[in-house]
Design a binder for this molecule. Sequence first.
Ligand code: G1P
Length: 241
Amino acid sequence: MKGLIPAAGKGTRMKPFTKAYPKELLPVGEKAVIEHAIEDLKNAGIEEIVIVVGWKQHAILDYLGSGKEIGVQLTYVVQDDRNGLAGAVKAGEHVIGDEEFAVILGDNYVDNKKSMKDIVNFHEEKNMDATIGTFKPDDITSYGVIDPGENNIVKRMVEKPSKGEAPSNIAISGMYVFKPEIFNTIEKIGRGKGDEYQLTDAIDKMRQNGSKVGYRNIKGSRIDVGTPERLREANREFDLR
Ligand code: G1P
């Protein structure tokens, strides 16, 4: 299985740092947050990884290089139009090919290093078409939210709902596993929340088309370093691990 890490976003909530470099290079403990994401994939046995770059892309290449130093094989693809997470995943299609693949967002810090492996195992054992790693956040409105059904099957999902619209308190963590059909499905969605092409909408469309979309609560805790406060929190978590 290959891995894909979207790391193309402008990180507007993380200004002024992201005026100079992408948020994926912000430090959590002794390394950039994207290196933690790579480690999570590596611990799941995934060493061929596609990094989708865009904003301040050269800084990511300078930091990670070929990946040799950290024991992985990296391929970079460029997302020209930064029009959402679904577009970032789609940009990697020609490298991933017709295979299952795991995704972890490049700004995700997870303290349990077996978390991705657990999601991949679940996906394979249950023969899912897509699996979403989930968690329970403090503020549900900042995330994609699922409506959990029986046997870990997702009934519905909504990207960044208002408090009243949220179908549950279970959020999308930024760790996923997909069958390649996600690529064709992305082509069929329109712009969603924030006028962007949302991955959540594409997964929900797969589900509507009859695909088996599962969810698995992630092991340990996770934080995306999307805001300065969350970056501080990720570093506090790192010190406590
Ligand atoms: C993205 C996804 C969202 C998910 C979140 C996890 O949002 O669109 O569904 O819950 O990552 O970090 P973003 O934080 O990029 O706006």
